[in-house]
Design a protein around this ligand. Structure first.
Ligand code: HPA
Length: 271
């Protein structure tokens, strides 16, 4: 936690003391959603103690803080994944820094593979829940009773409903789905995808879940948005690859940005 406090101090020193109302973690190919203008404060993760050094193409490793609509927002362009180092806590420093800055809400975005016909590549999906079938948990080894984090409301329903309304305002479809975490970095086998679908997963992906667990322990309210970049392996001919993930994510980024712009424009008006 001391690194997180140091990072929070570095951020405050340049971004000032004004409240940061929300944070967005931008997944593979989605970094550009942050946009940014001259009024924004931009940090390299390298200058923020405890922040991850992403090693995946499609991830910038930059924190942008600026005003969007009615809110002051921290955009995390790039994340660290479990598969990079085998550390499920890879994002804990960054999330602890957000908590130290009293950021109340977090939107976690990702790219994913779909197990549903009606969620074709390009679909933007709001997560209503997740399945952690990995056997991993970022809180293994944590001390204190707050490690027993309730996950009933991990994806906050009221927060999610605000995003639903923003999507309607933006004229964008925002179907709902359940996300299942696979460690990666290899993609799933067709048999694994059949299992995931059978168990109730609409989407499969390699991120989000450890971050949501960590964020819930820290008390942030969480919403999840995932951009379907492909049908999951073997499903409807799905044959994922990283180049395709980055390409389709970049194409879908504009829609994600529209939904978020409408959310932040409206959010200044509601608690
Ligand atoms: N599987 C896992 N992660 C992903 C996929 C997928 O099919 N597509 C984008 N990220």
């Amino acid at each position: 936690m001391t690194e997180a406090l140091d990072a929070a101090r570095v951020i405050r020193a340049r971004a000032g003391g004004e409240a940061i109302d929300g944070a967005v973690i931008l997944g593979t190919g989605l970094g550009e959603v942050a946009g940014h203008d001259d009024a924004d404060v931009v940090f390299s993760y390298a200058d923020l103690p405890g922040f991850p050094q992403p090693h995946v193409s499609g991830h910038a490793g930059r924190l942008v803080i600026g005003r969007r609509g009615g809110m002051r927002v921290a955009w995390l362009q790039g994340r660290a994944h479990y598969y990079e180092t085998g550390d499920a806590r890879a994002m804990s420093g960054a999330l602890e820094a957000l908590a130290a800055l009293d950021v109340p809400r977090l939107i976690v975005t990702s790219a994913s593979g779909s197990t549903r016909d009606d969620l074709a590549p390009g679909a933007l999906v709001r997560l209503t829940d997740h399945i952690n079938f990995s056997g991993l948990n970022p809180l293994v080894g944590a001390r204190g009773d707050d490690r027993f984090v309730p996950m009933n409301d991990a994806y906050d329903a009221a927060f999610g409903a605000q995003l639903d309304r923003a999507a309607i305002d933006a004229g964008a479809d925002l179907p709902h789905g359940v996300y299942m975490w696979f460690s990666g970095p290899s993609f799933e086998t067709p048999a694994e995808v059949r299992m995931a679908k059978l168990l109730g997963a609409d989407l499969v992906g390699m991120s989000t879940v450890p971050e949501v667990i960590l964020a819930r322990r820290l008390g942030l309210r969480v919403a999840g948005l995932s951009l379907v970049t492909n049908f999951a392996a073997g499903f409807a001919g799905g044959a994922p690859d990283h180049a395709g993930t980055k390409r389709v994510a970049a194409e879908g980024a504009r829609r994600l940005k529209q939904v978020l712009d409408h959310y932040f424009a409206a959010a200044g008006d509601s608690p």
